[in-house]
Design a protein. Structure first.
Length: 238
């Protein structure tokens, strides 16, 4: 496993470059993509959503339309999904000597002092008893190893963090990304596993970040990854 840098690596990112994550929420009957940090919910360029997938409870893919709106993207699956996954490609970023981040690679910002390409991934569990499909399209993913909707508030949910399909050791996990985005709950062990307390009866957002060195790339020296796992602390029943 390549060496990963801590969640709050001081020399990386300023402002929106590192401060924002990706997740999905039900709003007004729609599945909306959220680009934010803690309670913040910011507009973003919808073309940065590079993929969206929906599945039923058996892990069978459901056709989904990605509706690109002026300030975000909306998912419109053919039928109600049990699992939703989204990927966002935030592009290359370069830091200038005067501490400004520019959304371009260092080949176009030759004076840059740091350069990286960031990707953000979201996995949402919408129903109880789902069978997860292969999630190879998510280069970083927090996989629940128990049904998150059945664990219960105040109890521990076992998860496993994978990067490029392999267990990721030493990854710090934020247990409540919306309410306490800087509070680390736990860290993955040598097998990529950890246990995270379910905090909320409503929406839970567990999050993690990693930074990987990149060699022989003219535009970047680091690949930045963000992953979220979202679910309700208590299943909603009509």
């Amino acid at each position: 496993m390549k060496k990963t840098l801590p969640l709050l690596a001081a020399f990386l990112f300023i402002g929106q470059v590192n401060a924002h994550g990706l997740w999905t929420e039900q709003r007004r009957g729609n599945i909306e993509t959220i680009y934010g940090h803690g309670a913040e919910d910011d507009a973003f360029k919808a073309e940065k959503i590079s993929g969206a997938w929906a599945y039923d409870s058996r892990g069978k893919m459901i056709p989904v339309t990605l509706k690109r709106l002026d300030d975000h993207a909306r998912l419109e699956p053919l039928s109600p999904p049990a699992v939703v996954a989204v990927a966002l490609d935030n592009g290359p970023w370069s830091l200038t000597p005067n501490k400004q981040w520019i959304n371009q690679g260092r080949s176009k910002v030759p004076t840059s002092t740091q350069s990286l390409h960031t990707f953000k991934y979201s996995l949402a569990i919408c129903d109880e008893g789902v069978s997860l499909p292969a999630l190879d399209q998510l280069k970083m993913v927090i996989v629940p190893e128990a049904d998150p909707l059945e664990v219960g508030v105040g109890k521990l949910l076992p998860v496993r963090v994978l990067i490029d399909g392999k267990p990721a050791a030493g990854i710090e996990l934020v247990g409540d990304y919306r309410s306490a985005p800087h509070q680390i709950s736990t860290k993955t062990d040598a097998t990529g596993r950890a246990q995270v307390m379910v905090r909320n009866e409503g929406l839970n957002i567990i999050a993690a970040e990693a930074y990987l060195p990149v060699a022989n790339d003219p535009d970047i020296e680091t690949r930045g990854l963000f992953a979220s796992l979202t679910f309700l602390g208590e299943a909603h029943h009509e």
